[in-house]
Design a protein around this ligand. Structure first.
Ligand SMILES: [Zn+2]
Length: 482
């Protein structure tokens, strides 16, 4: 354990060294024409926030580093020269403003045709924020999207770190591009359980967080790997599992990637040193890692278990045929649950007088009601990657319940599937229809007014998604492969 942490000087030194290392990497002499094959390359950068830059969630002091945070870039190219970058970061999340900025920048500066940015959702790291620009207006929507109430320009140290993270994403993609070589792609799966369904419905009907041992989870890890045609060695292993990274205790003041970091560590013990292992988060809105918030040692044990399963998936993986990368985005808007009744709003305006934030939200609702406008919808762009007949990867913004991943796996006409959430934007939860139909009893992830502990009640959408969202999401995902 490194409790001494990372000084700003050490961080800057590492950053500089990473840049030199990248430049020193000789561009591969490989210059063969794009033959009948896939091409793959990968790179990583450390993005550990310096001591003093608080970590979340829950928000707490940062006095050092238990294990460092990384971002990883995987680049795929097909025989037509189409290029896709899959990026994953040890971060709790990133909103649409941030993801749009990163994706557009990398498309422009690195010549990528498509870029996806995923967050592992570690609860012992930070949000990645969008860059302040001259004249930028910090609207409430942007505060919510960026997960902050303090402009980045008012936090000079974080502005430096955040800017470096954006730059490192670009440099990692460029390095991965430089490393592109003819590759065989493979996909695999193995059984593993490191989490428990966290939604418990009490006898009175109210849903709260707990351990629902019979509740649904996603009991597997899926992998997508690239293997050098020349050396046969793996170039990267991307693996996905669904569980909130919340085994690190919330009283720990040490930065950690939680179990995903330990899983990567486990994989690397068995992989060549230059092979990049990268984790992406599945549909974990209703799943917590187990045990919950105990010790760093427990997080490592859970991660090692996941890493061992990912190695089994790799071992069992099958070759992906074809030589073409197909990707697609289906832009979608999810309607929001109808506004609470006038009676509820009136009652709550009386009850919540000591809570200015809630009164503000109620006044907005009253305004929407008076003007006859529906509450704002959510942007939910679905992104799909199709490789051969064997592999389908869907990437979604926001956090989704496990049933979405199970549905994808049951319905997608491919041998193997992966579902990423917390990708390309979104802050908060998309409840299942069943959860949303519980109304005020729907709990933290799906509840509506006047359940003030429900996450989406304070959102700019003024409530959770509408019942029926499940069908809309499934329709968008089907449109990806059809
Ligand atoms: Zn979450």
């Amino acid at each position: 354990m490194n409790t001494t942490g990372t000084s700003r000087r050490a961080f800057i030194t590492r950053t500089a060294a990473a840049g030199i290392g990248s430049m020193a990497l000789a561009r591969k002499s490989f210059a063969a024409p794009d033959a009948d094959t896939y091409f793959a390359g990968a790179a990583e950068r450390e993005i550990t926030p310096p001591i003093g830059m608080e970590i979340t969630h829950f928000v707490r002091e940062n006095i050092g580093v238990h294990d460092p945070l990384f971002l990883r870039a995987l680049v795929l190219r097909d025989h037509n020269g189409r290029q896709l970058a899959l990026l994953s970061a040890d971060a709790i999340g990133a909103g649409f403003a941030t993801c749009d900025e990163i994706r557009n920048r990398i498309k422009t500066e690195c010549g990528m045709d498509e870029v996806w940015f995923s967050c592992s959702h570690t609860h012992s790291g930070r949000w990645i924020l969008s860059s302040p620009t001259p004249g930028r207006i910090y609207t409430e929507e942007l505060w919510w999207d960026d997960g902050t109430h303090v402009a980045l320009t008012d936090r000079p140290e974080e502005l430096v770190w955040n800017t470096e993270v954006h730059q490192k994403l670009v440099s990692a993609v460029n390095e991965a591009k430089d490393r592109l070589e003819p590759a065989v792609l493979k996909t695999g799966r193995a059984s593993v359980k490191i989490g428990i369904n966290r939604r418990v419905t009490r006898p009175d009907g109210f849903t709260q967080m707990g351990w629902n041992r019979n509740g649904q989870i996603v009991p597997w890890v899926s992998s997508l790997s690239a293997h050098s045609k020349e050396t046969k060695k793996p170039i990267f292993v991307l693996f996905e599992h669904a569980a909130h990274p919340v085994t690190v205790p919330h009283h720990s003041k040490l930065v950690s990637a939680d179990f995903p970091g330990a899983a990567v560590k486990k994989l690397r013990q068995s992989l060549p040193t230059d092979c990049i292992a990268a984790f992406s988060q599945g549909c974990s809105a209703n799943i917590n890692s187990f045990p919950l918030r105990t010790t760093h040692g427990d997080a490592e044990a859970a991660g090692f278990k996941l890493g061992e399963a990912a190695l089994v998936a790799l071992d069992r993986s099958q070759v992906i045929t074809g030589n073409a990368i197909r990707f697609k985005t289906v832009p979608t808007l999810l309607p929001t649950m109808p506004l609470p009744s006038e009676r509820i709003v009136e009652e709550q305006l009386q009850i919540q007088r000591e809570h200015p934030d809630r009164i503000k939200q109620l006044m907005k609702i009253a305004h929407f009601r008076t003007t006859g406008q529906p509450p704002p919808p959510r942007r939910l762009d679905a992104h799909g990657l199709m490789l051969g007949k064997e592999f389908f990867l869907v990437a979604l913004p926001f956090e989704h319940f496990s049933h979405t991943e199970r549905w994808v796996d049951d319905h997608a006409p491919f041998a193997n599937t992966m579902t990423f959430t917390l990708t390309n934007g979104g802050r908060g939860y998309i409840g299942s229809d069943k959860g949303l139909a519980m109304g005020v009893n729907g709990g933290y992830e799906a509840g509506c007014m006047p359940n003030w502990s429900a996450h989406e009640v304070m959102s700019p959408n003024l409530g959770p998604p509408a019942i029926g969202s499940e069908k809309i999401i499934q329709g968008a995902i089907e449109a990806l492969w059809s």
